[in-house]
Each structure stands twice: as structure tokens, then as C-alpha cells.
Design a protein around this ligand. Structure first.
Ligand code: NAP
Length: 504
């Protein structure tokens, strides 16, 4: 792409369908109208770029908060931190607010910042191809577009992972994944089985325990649970925040600082005092809140706290002891028409089975077909596993940038904060092109190889490799997450090291 093609898009764009709104200037194609896609649209518009389209597969925006509607869904990152820095929200109902409030917040921000007009709903992108210096996009129903830059904001935890258990199809009751909750079904009179004990299952147990006929929790591995209360923010708090936006901003910034200095730094150093403190608090939670010694031992993990993503809950241990709630630790043998049979021979009769079994975390943009320079396929490049320089750029895929891509900071962080830092960095790469310094930019192969070597080495110190199974680990058992401090991430995102980029 050269400067002419940036400014003179009229002829090229005549080949796109009417469906994609057109403007002048460089064209940006954003994939996904979740938290990160909305952020990209707002930031681009703010920078004066209005020739863009956000392609969204669903009929509503909201990403993970649209898809996860299970009882108890909430964000266990404090709401004041899980907010855009430029759109503090005085109206949060809780310290950790529920999912539907977050979805409403995203919709409200998209409307307030006037970016709804850029979103094309029901338009799942199926193919992206880099040809003659531009990205050619195909979406569902034969829709097409041509753009100069791709911002892939497709999320991390969005392809449900189902277990491979014998007889799943034989079950005659209702079954669904936690991210495909069937809201039409009444629950009170049902015997429910939940497979899994991750952050999702824990929230469901807290919400449903004692309120349904029976709740059987099938635990393969016990979880460490950090007890953090979830206070309600009352009208006086909201009024104060409305009247003092600086206080709200200050709260965002101080929470961000606290997470960086404490949690984020701790998990990347398994020997740190903070990890030891988290372990102590988790043990204390278990000892103090589970009365029955047998149940306590069933719930006691045999690996280090925070090795798996730390579960944060004010009341899981209380919920698991409510009447009608059973913790099943015998291994699942098979699923039968009436329920789940465990290897001890017991049949747990059920009306509903919930698979709270997590996500395929290595999919990112896939299954979309993405073809970079010289027709190279992303499916081939990522055949073994996904990787991207600083989680943002892939060699050979010029002018394509990812928000919350592979190897970024994930886990108990605000992914909003991560995406904001990444977007500002991406804008600096895009500026290289728009200022005429080059027409294409993507990370060099060497930079990615060096980054991968360094992060694999650094990962050896993290708590994630201290002996547990988790979605942080790739197929080789190497943590795929950012293994350094959050301050290092901030420093990296402050300005691109341009020698690490191939500029054509
Ligand atoms: P997850 O953490 O991957 O947990 C999956 C659970 O399913 C684990 O307990 C796992 O057991 C179990 N499991 C998987 N396959 C199984 C099988 N074949 N048989 C028996 N058990 C099986 O998934 P998640 O709970 O949905 O959470 C995923 C991520 O989403 C979280 O880590 C977090 O990042 C995010 N999340 C965030 C929030 C929030 O509040 N911010 C809430 C929910 C989710 P093992 O432990 O033995 O593997």
C-alpha cells in the first residue's frame, strides 16, 4: 500500500458490497464487536479515522458477556478496573458486577461514543486474504470488503470445549455447555450435574446451590479458592462517583497499580512472598469455612495456589455445603440416559448436565481462513500452536494486528487494560504506514523467534509450571501466557522497537 492507496480508495472500494459502509482515508476492518473491537472503533474514530467496519458474527455486541449468561456470571476483576479508562462507570452495582451489567455497559459505551454505525452484525468473517497490498475480506452470505488494516479482536475464551466422555449422546435429559446456557429451562425442580470446577462452575454453584432440587458437582481436580467479598455499591457510592469523576478515575488507576504490583508480579515468580501469601489465604479459606473434615480433604488441592487460574469467590465453600449440593470426586466413567455413572458404580440421576469444561484457548481467529503475503496460510503457520510477536503481530501477515492475541497477559487481569495498551502500540505501527515510512509492517521472523525463546525461558519461573494441569499450558506444557511482570508489558507497549519489524 502507498499513500495514494490510502487516500484514493474510491475505485477500489467500488468492488465491495454496499453492505459495508464506506468513507474516505485508510480502511480499517475490525473483526469482532466485543470489548476489544469496540475499543478499536472508538480509538480509531478518536484519531480521525472513520473509514472502518466492525464485523460481528452475532446479532448483538458484547463478546464473552453476550455469550455467557449462566446463573451467577460475573467478572472477578473489580468492575472499576474492568472498565475502559476513558469511560469510567459510576453505576456499577457491585465491586465485581454481573455479566449482564457488563454487557449493558459495553452497549452503552458503543452508543455513547457513536460507534454502533460501524458494526455489521450477523457477519462472521470466513476469509481474509492479503493481495496487492490490501486485505480482502469475505464474510457470511457472500459479503465482501477490502481494507488496508485488520484489527483482529476475536477474543480468547470463545470456542467451548466439551469433554470426551463415553455415552454423552445417550443422555435423555438436557445438556449444554456453560457458555451456551439454555435460559428457557426452569431450574428449581431439576437435578443438575455440573462437570468442572473452574471459575465458571464455581460461580454457577454459588448461584444455584440450595435453590435447585439437587446440584451434583463433578470435580476432577480441586481448586484453590481465594475468598474476596463482593460488596454492593449503593446509591450514595454511585452519587459520589457521579459527582467526582476524578475519584472514579483514581480508583481505576489505583486498582490497576495494585494488580500490577501484587497479583501480576507474583504469579510470574513462584517463589515470591505474594504467591506464598495467596496460598496462605486460600488454605485459611478452606480450613475456616469447610466444616466436615472429609469434604475439606476432598476440596484440598495437591498443587500450589495460582498454578491454575486462581478462583475468586466470596461464597463457594458456603455454597458447596448448602442442602442438596453434592461434591462428587469419584471419576466419571460414562454418561447414560438417566445421568452420570462414576467409576465407583454409582449412577447420579440427573435432569440437566452442564459442561463447565472450559474453552479451546488456542483458536483465536480460527477457523477463519487467513492468508498472508504470498498466500501463506495462518492455519499452516499456526499448525503446531499459535504465536505472535508481543501477542500482536505475525511475520508475513502485514498490517494485521491482534488484540488479546496469543502469549499476552491473560488470567486474573483486566483484559480491557491489556487491550488499551495494545491498541495504543498498534496505532504507532499503523502510523509508520500512514506517515509514508512504509506500506507494510509486520514483525520479523527473528523477532518472533527471540520473543518465543525468551518467554519460554522466563516461564520456567512462573507458578503455572509448578505441577498442575491448566489452560495456561500449551501442548508441550509450556505456559502460553505472558511470563513477565505487568510493568514489563506496559514498557513494551509504550513504543514499538522498530528494528523488530519488517517494513516494506
Ligand atoms: P476452566 O478453567 O478451563 O475449567 C474447566 C473445568 O472443567 C476444570 O475444572 C476441568 O478439570 C474440568 N474438566 C474439563 N474436562 C473435563 C473432563 N473430561 N472431565 C471432568 N472434568 C473436566 O474453564 P472455565 O471455568 O470456564 O474458566 C475458563 C476461564 O474463563 C477462566 O480461567 C477465566 O479466565 C475465565 N472466566 C472468568 C470469569 C471471571 O469472573 N472473570 C468467570 C468465568 C470464567 P481439571 O481442572 O481437572 O482440568
Amino acid at each position: 500500500m502507498n499513500n495514494t492507496s490510502i487516500n484514493d480508495t474510491s475505485t477500489k472500494q467500488s468492488s465491495t458490497s454496499e453492505f459495508a459502509k464506506q468513507g474516505t482515508g485508510p480502511r480499517f476492518l475490525i473483526i469482532g464487536a466485543g470489548m476489544a473491537g469496540i475499543l478499536a472503533a472508538i480509538k480509531l474514530q478518536e484519531a480521525g479515522y472513520t473509514n472502518m467496519c466492525v464485523y460481528e458474527k452475532a446479532s448483538e455486541l458484547g463478546g464473552t458477556w453476550r455469550e455467557n449468561t449462566y446463573p451467577g456470571v460475573a467478572c472477578d476483576v473489580p468492575s472499576q478496573l474492568y472498565s475502559y479508562s476513558f469511560a469510567p462507570n459510576p453505576e456499577w452495582s457491585h465491586f465485581f458486577s454481573p455479566g449482564n451489567e457488563i454487557e449493558a455497559y459495553l452497549k452503552d459505551v458503543a452508543a455513547r461514543f457513536d460507534v454502533m454505525k460501524y458494526i455489521q452484525f450477523n457477519a462472521e468473517v470466513t476469509r481474509l486474504e492479503y493481495k496487492e497490498g490490501r486485505w480482502h475480506l469475505q464474510a457470511e452470505g457472500g459479503k465482501q470488503d477490502i481494507g488496508d488494516f485488520i484489527i483482529a479482536a476475536t477474543g480468547v475464551l470463545h470456542h467451548p470445549s466439551y469433554p470426551d466422555i463415553k455415552g454423552m449422546d445417550d443422555f435423555e435429559g438436557t445438556s449444554f455447555h456453560s457458555a451456551r446456557w439454555d435460559d428457557t429451562i426452569s431450574l428449581e425442580d431439576k437435578r443438575i450435574g455440573i462437570i468442572g470446577t473452574g471459575s465458571t462452575a464455581v460461580q454457577i454453584v454459588s448461584a444455584l446451590g440450595g435453590k435447585v432440587k439437587e446440584l451434583n458437582v463433578f470435580q476432577r481436580t480441586a481448586q484453590w479458592v481465594l475468598k474476596v467479598e463482593n460488596p454492593t455499591l449503593d446509591e450514595s457510592d454511585k452519587k459520589r462517583y457521579r459527582e467526582n469523576p476524578d475519584e472514579l478515575r483514581g480508583l481505576h488507576d489505583s486498582l490497576s497499580r495494585w494488580f500490577s504490583d501484587n497479583f501480576a508480579n507474583a504469579v510470574v515468580d513462584a517463589d515470591s512472598e505474594m504467591v506464598k501469601l495467596m496460598e496462605k489465604l486460600c488454605v485459611q479459606n478452606l480450613e475456616e469455612n469447610i466444616e466436615d473434615p472429609l469434604l475439606r480433604e476432598k476440596l484440598r488441592p495437591n498443587y500450589r495456589a495460582a498454578c491454575k487460574r486462581l478462583v475468586i469467590s466470596p461464597d463457594f465453600y458456603e455454597a458447596i455445603q448448602r442442602p442438596g449440593v453434592n461434591l462428587v470426586t469419584s471419576k466419571i466413567d460414562r454418561i447414560e440416559k438417566n445421568g452420570i455413572r462414576t467409576v465407583d458404580g454409582d449412577l447420579h440421576e440427573l435432569d440437566i448436565i452442564v459442561y463447565a469444561t472450559g474453552f479451546h484457548v488456542d483458536a483465536f481467529m480460527r477457523p477463519m481462513g487467513v492468508f498472508g503475503r504470498d498466500g501463506v496460510s495462518l492455519a499452516d503457520v499456526w499448525h503446531d500452536r499459535p504465536s505472535a510477536y508481543l501477542s500482536i503481530s505475525i511475520p508475513g501477515f502485514p498490517n494485521l494486528f491482534m488484540l488479546n492475541g496469543p502469549n499476552g497477559p491473560v488470567g486474573n487481569f483486566s483484559l480491557i487494560e491489556v487491550a488499551e495498551l495494545q491498541f495504543d502500540y498498534i496505532m504507532q505501527l499503523i502510523d509508520q504506514v500512514l506517515s509514508g515510512k512504509c506500506s507494510e509492517i509486520s514483525a520479523t521472523k527473528e523477532a518472533l523467534e527471540r520473543f518465543d525463546e525468551e518467554r519460554i525461558e522466563a516461564a520456567k519461573k512462573t507458578v503455572w509450571v509448578t505441577g498442575c494441569r491448566s489452560w495456561y499450558l500449551d501442548d508441550r506444557g509450556i505456559p502460553a501466557a505472558w511470563p513477565w511482570t505487568f510493568d514489563r508489558f506496559r514498557e513494551e507497549m509504550a513504543a514499538p522497537k522498530l528494528p523488530n519489524y519488517e517494513k516494506v
